[in-house]
Design a protein around this ligand. Structure first.
Ligand code: FE
Ligand code: FE
Ligand code: ZN
Length: 282
């Protein structure tokens, strides 16, 4: 079952090598982490010795792909210049730091238009990305599909496509599909996963899809609230989520659990049950 790339969100506070150890300890072969405090404080300096130790541990654990997550408070679509400037400088700093682990994935929430309208938001997000993406970088920057809470941009595939097509270095851009978010945005991944993926392919292109956030949802379809639930404990359910991991268009992608657990070991149990459920479908 080593063709299944699955992991969970881990705390970055003890460094890369520790995250590789934690991932290995729960049967994961990838992981997600915040690049800094999720509220957007200053990042800790990267320790080259930590990265060196990480590379060896990752090799032993079969970890090839990892996903960094931008602070969720960044808003490159903001109305205020200083909020947008902060988003641009943080994104630029994060992308520079990502080169310590080259050729990996960096995920961000597109932003919220805060009443300016989605069209203005889309222009501002693309403008920010055009300021931070540089030709020498090796990281793929992913826009996350959003639930549509408040004035979030990116709750429709059309909005994500509109941002990507305005980015000059668009070959560096991809999408991270969050199962809780698309469900709450109104895409029926339970009743019609094929149809949702066909729509994604038509609007964005399945070649842009580079990662999956695998979460159940506390809410019914279309709720626009963004409340994650443990796998099998919510309105999406284990069967539909296992089907996502086994789908021919998705099964090669890395999957990341962002389910509400207090202990890392609980993710291990979720990973084991998903491995079994996926294997039964293949
Ligand atoms: Fe996210
Ligand atoms: Fe997510
Ligand atoms: Zn979420």
């Amino acid at each position: 079952m080593s063709d299944f790339t699955i992991g969970c969100h881990l705390s970055c506070s003890k460094g890369y090598a520790n995250m590789a150890r934690e991932a290995a300890s729960i049967g994961a072969n990838t992981f997600q982490f915040f690049t800094r405090n999720p509220r957007g404080g200053k990042a800790k300096d990267i320790d080259p010795a930590d990265v060196e130790a990480y590379v060896e541990l990752a090799r032993d654990a079969g970890i090839a792909t990892i996903l960094a997550h931008a602070p969720y408070t960044l808003n490159p679509a903001a109305a205020k210049d200083d909020t947008r400037d902060f988003a641009v400088s943080t994104l630029a700093d994060d992308l520079a730091r990502m080169e310590a682990t080259p050729h990996q994935l960096y995920n961000m929430h597109p932003g919220s238009h805060v009443g300016q309208g989605a069209d203005v938001g889309i222009e501002k997000i693309a403008d920010a990305l055009n300021q931070v993406l540089e030709p020498g970088q090796t990281t793929t920057l992913l826009l996350e599909t959003m639930a549509g809470k408040g004035s979030e941009v990116g709750a429709t595939f059309e909005e994500l496509a509109a941002v990507i097509e305005r980015v000059d270095l668009s070959e560096r851009m991809g999408v991270c599909l969050d199962t809780c978010h698309v469900w709450e945005a109104g895409y029926d991944i339970v009743g019609d996963l094929d149809g949702v993926l066909e729509e994604f392919d038509r609007v964005v292109g399945l070649d842009r899809l580079r990662a999956i956030h695998l979460n159940d949802s506390k809410n019914p379809i279309g709720a626009h609230k963004d409340r994650h639930e443990v796998i099998g404990g919510g309105h999406i359910g284990l069967d539909a989520l296992a089907a996502v991991t086994a789908h021919p268009a998705l099964r090669h992608l890395p999957f990341f659990l962002e389910t509400p657990h207090d202990k890392v070991a609980e993710y291990g149990e979720e990973i084991a049950s998903l491995r079994a459920a996926r294997a039964a479908l293949l």
